[in-house]
Design a protein around this ligand. Structure first.
Ligand code: FES
Ligand SMILES: [Fe+2]
Length: 408
């Protein structure tokens, strides 16, 4: 299967497998095995999937206050986000323009400027170079012919939405609004709500021994519910779920959301003035490529899927409520209960996705066949990936123009 190639070329043999993915679901196969473990293909995937369009990169809360900086990696490349005095969040390549040292090593508040630990070149929160100690010789902090104003950190287009930070590494980035419009329109009833993160009991982290796509495709389908989540299936059964199939995202609608709380623990306040659907409805959506979302009348969560390598995935799971009241001690047991619930459900999925990863190494599997009724959310994700691998995401394939989802 392996052929010698560079990481910006799709191997010939793969085009056949990807063409099969693009067939109607009854005849389609899933993504070919190398998409889940091949290192060269993972580099191509980074270029065409992650780096050629808007991609989830972090959370607004990572740099909530002016002066906050937060380093992160995407596919091994170093970046950091910084919140300016103007409250604007900016994302930069995390590399000093002097000798190329990484600039920000840990999350902290730098007040007004970032100072490189190597030779103390100093940058403002908007990336502008403002200090170059001894550049003209000892005691001379400027020198003829060196124009500080012509040098700045390399900024990356970024945008915030629903507590998340997205970045776009494409040469000609599309407008963020075009990418996010389909889902933003769907959930416009929740627009503008204050999202309250309560710290450690709003955070879950997972390290998974699988390709990142398995985490995404496992999340968007409910077919596995009775067998992987037998407890959940008792109060939120398979037959109360419907598939969401849209060009830029897929997932499930549940029509029986009714949270239970420990004895004496209060229910979370609901978001105000929601359409009737949300009284018992919930939606679980994989926003392509790498963000999982869960929306309920009383809380919302977002999961950032971060590949660490073709067969390693990190998940950052953050829960948000809609009222500051939830941060208080009165809600401690309710918050802990909610976190425990989501942690146990996602932990149940671990064995499924890690076992599928082992299956992707088998010559006895060639992408598999889909249930035309139950696997549509997975198939639409595979098609989105296949198109991106073939053509890149330039122009944001499959987004706003084609979306038809009703607003909720
Ligand atoms: S590498 Fe940053 S100041 Fe020299
Ligand atoms: Fe699951």
């Amino acid at each position: 299967m392996e052929t010698k190639r560079t990481s910006d070329e799709l191997p010939e043999v793969m085009t056949v497998g990807l063409a099969d993915v693009l067939r109607p679901i009854a005849f389609a196969r899933g993504l070919p095995n190398p998409c889940y473990h091949d290192r060269e293909l993972a580099k191509l995937e980074f270029n065409r999937v992650f780096a050629d369009g808007w991609t989830g990169a972090g959370f607004s809360k990572d740099a909530a206050q002016p002066g906050d900086v937060y380093p992160f990696e995407m596919a091994g490349l170093p970046f950091f986000m910084a919140r300016g005095r103007d409250k604007q969040l900016r994302v930069f390549h995390n590399v000093c323009q002097h000798r190329g040292r990484t600039l920000v090593a840990e999350p902290k508040n730098v007040k007004k400027a970032m100072v490189c630990p190597y030779h103390s070149w100093t940058y403002g929160l908007a990336g502008d170079l403002i200090g170059t100690p001894h550049i003209g010789g000892v005691g001379k902090h400027s020198c003829p012919g060196f124009d500080k104003k012509s040098i700045a950190l390399k900024e990356v287009p970024s945008a915030e939405w629903f507590g998340l930070v997205f970045i776009n590494l494409a040469e000609n980035p599309t407008v963020f609004g075009q990418y996010i419009a389909p889902i933003a329109e769907r959930w416009r009833a929740f627009e503008g709500l204050t999202l309250v993160h309560t710290g450690a009991d709003s955070t879950i982290k997972f390290e998974l021994a699988c390709n990142w796509k398995l985490a995404v495709e496992n999340y968007c389908e409910s077919y596995h519910l009775p067998w992987v989540h037998p407890q959940l299936n008792t109060y939120s059964p398979l037959d109360r779920h419907r598939a969401i199939i849209e060009p830029a995202y897929s997932g499930q609608i549940s029509d029986c959301y009714g949270p239970e709380f420990p004895a004496g623990a209060p229910a979370f306040p609901n978001a105000p003035e929601l359409p009737a659907f949300w009284a018992s409805g919930a939606e679980y959506i994989s926003l392509f490529p790498n963000v999982l979302l869960g929306l309920h009348r009383d809380h919302y969560f977002a999961v950032l899927i971060q590949p660490r390598g073709p067969e390693e995935t990190h998940e950052r799971f953050e829960i948000f409520y809609y009222s500051d009241a939830v941060t208080g001690p009165a809600f401690e047991a309710s918050r802990a209960n909610n976190r425990r619930l989501w942690q146990s459900i996602f932990a149940e999925d671990r064995n499924a996705v890690e076992s599928m990863q082992r299956g992707r190494r088998s010559p006895g599997f060639d992408g598999g066949r889909f249930s035309p009724e139950m696997d549509q959310p997975t198939h639409i994700f595979h098609q989105w990936i296949a198109r991106a691998l073939i053509d890149g995401r330039s122009g944001e394939i499959n987004t706003a123009a084609q979306a038809t989802a009703p607003a909720r």
